[in-house]
Design a protein around this ligand. Sequence first.
Ligand code: NDP
Length: 296
Amino acid sequence: MVDSSTPQVRLPATAHEPTQGLPAIGQGTWYMGEGLAPRRDEVRALQHGLELGLTLIDTAEMYADGGAEEVVGEALADRRDQAFLVSKVYPWNAGRDSAIAACERSLERLGTDHLDLYLLHWPGSVPLEETLEAFERLREQGKIRRFGVSNFDVDELETLAALPGGDACAVNQVLYHLGSRGIEHSLRPLMQRLGMPLMAYCPLAQAGKLRQDLFGHPVVREVADGLGITPAQLLLAWAIRPVNGRRDTIAIPKAVRLQHVEQNAAALGVELGDDALARLDEAFPAPNMKVPLDIV
Ligand code: NDP
């Protein structure tokens, strides 16, 4: 369960919202609603995560073509107030009017009257000014509390921050895990300067060879074994570690298996010492030059 010692990330206050603390680990939903797992298992996993304090739920109109939002809606049907709900709009739906309509469709599928955070899923061809205008209208209408972006690299974030209203952008959600540290060179420092928290997606490197290599890496195994935790828990604890004395990262692993949900919640209580961090740095160094933003 989450208590006052649970690591929290603070969203800055805006002109309309007070500052808000969120547990540093939330729940992703990509591939939910696609029939890969029984729907009741997906619903139960999200509910169990909520009970264990993983209160931020991240979804998108893209996931299962709205199907993931429906799973989330079912999970939250009698407990909407317990969740901090995040969804995302496709770039081609992010126009002055189309974003309003897309948000309304998401709300309908989610069975709620508001999102806590609405993200532009990735940069597109609709002028950002239009998207900002739509986000502001949605906020005025009470349909969203805050807005943010996803998959924005340095140039895009600088452009956004310079636009009127752009400084209210609450987060940038990007790919970040031990095996992909490119953002540490310049994107993350920029976000720290802007006071903008990071939402780390694919914090467990999804599935496949990269993840196998990470989980099976001798240093990962040794450090995890030494702490009595799993490689996945080590990756989560690493992703949410304070940087420059500040805790500014919310990791959003997706988990359907209840054991995974429980391990992810327990990772909130894992602290990595200097020795563990130094060993991981040596095995997985951050790049010393700007690299293109990693995406999936
Ligand atoms: P993750 O890195 O979260 O990996 C998910 C996989 O990890 C699943 O197979 C899951 O298994 C497994 N898993 C979960 N917990 C554990 C654990 N404790 N031990 C071992 N395995 C575990 O990948 P995602 O792509 O799902 O990324 C997370 C979320 O980020 C997405 O669901 C989505 O919400 C968001 N996202 C956003 C993107 C964007 O462009 N903005 C792009 C990609 C993701 P199982 O489900 O069987 O429990």
